[in-house]
Design a protein around this ligand. Sequence first.
Ligand SMILES: Nc1ncnc2c1ncn2[C@@H]1O[C@H](COP(=O)(O)OP(=O)(O)OP(=O)(O)O)[C@@H](O)[C@H]1O
Ligand SMILES: [Mg+2]
Length: 358
Amino acid sequence: MTEATSVMKVSAQERLSQAVARYIEETPLTAPVEFGTVGEAGSAGKTTALVTYAALLAQLGFEVEVVDLDGQGNASKHFGIGVSDGLDDGDKGDGLLVLGKEYSPGVKYPAPLVLGDALLRRKAQFPGEDEPRAITLDDIRRCAYNESGIPGYGVVVPSSDANTIAWLKRIHIYPNGPSYVTGEKIDFYRDEAELAASDPLAGMLLSRRMDKVQSAPHFRGYDLHGTKSMSMMSALVRLKRAINCVLLDDKTTGVDLTHLKETITSIQEYNPDLRLSMILPCRVKASSQRGKFGQEMLDRLRKRHGEIVPDVEIREAVTVSEAYNGREPLPMWVPRDPVTDDFRNSLAWAFENGVFAP
Ligand SMILES: Nc1ncnc2c1ncn2[C@@H]1O[C@H](COP(=O)(O)OP(=O)(O)OP(=O)(O)O)[C@@H](O)[C@H]1O
Ligand SMILES: [Mg+2]
């Protein structure tokens, strides 16, 4: 048997477990490994990749934090955080969840949660409490699993599913997005960034704020939006590892990638450790539907940037869209969706290829 065929026989789960076992053996787990998903194109799959990696890392036993820096709050929503107050007469297409609506059998979004920014010492009124009070770090760093039964706060898991509960409890989220009660934006970062937008060092703000965070997860993932956004720039000032999610089209593999590389080069002046450590082709159609163009893009990407393109692409999976559009919290489908094996393999590749090296 050739080496290639023996590699083929290893399941995604086994490959990931082996890669992680080697990683743990070789790497002292001292400081949190911070990474972010980037990419200029909307809908490339940044949030899906970030949240799925968070889930997979938690399933492997790591403590994981997800910092949602995108005002759409999609990463937060995947963990059940961010629900509409029911004042809207339906999902207005802006991604708000509707109170009390059953999105899939047994998955119902209940009352809203007002969550502010712990680091700004804002106040919030929590469901079940009479008065607004200053938010504590503990509030904001609650686990995704809704242990205390706070409505609108965390993923509801059937109580018998002890395994899912166990790994969900290892995920902690810093939420972002609109407050569904007051209508105000809750921005983990943006307010300050915009105020300081004229300051070339504005990006340091996020870094300074995260430095005050006392927790020490094994991994901390930042969900970002567009390459030109201030929150993305600020995250890049902090991060060492940027994972670029690309769609197989001219823009994301061409102009966007060039722009991202230029951005990274300019930020390296402030953060010499920053690197573009992975280019992840996302939502890749089956080869029969990819067409000549899609295949050319993939080949070009591998030819030009092969050393940071994993040996697996994330396939376009109908079920992912369905899960998302149905607003089923992502951690509920991660374990059972076949496309998750693509994420497992690409995460294994990341461990194997030093993406998470200290
Ligand atoms: N592999 C996939 N197969 C099918 N659908 C996918 C896949 N990955 C993501 N999607 C869907 O595509 C949409 C966009 O994905 P996602 O929110 O992860 O993109 P994004 O890059 O974070 O977008 P934005 O720029 O809005 O933040 C979502 O509906 C998501 O469920
Ligand atoms: Mg997103």
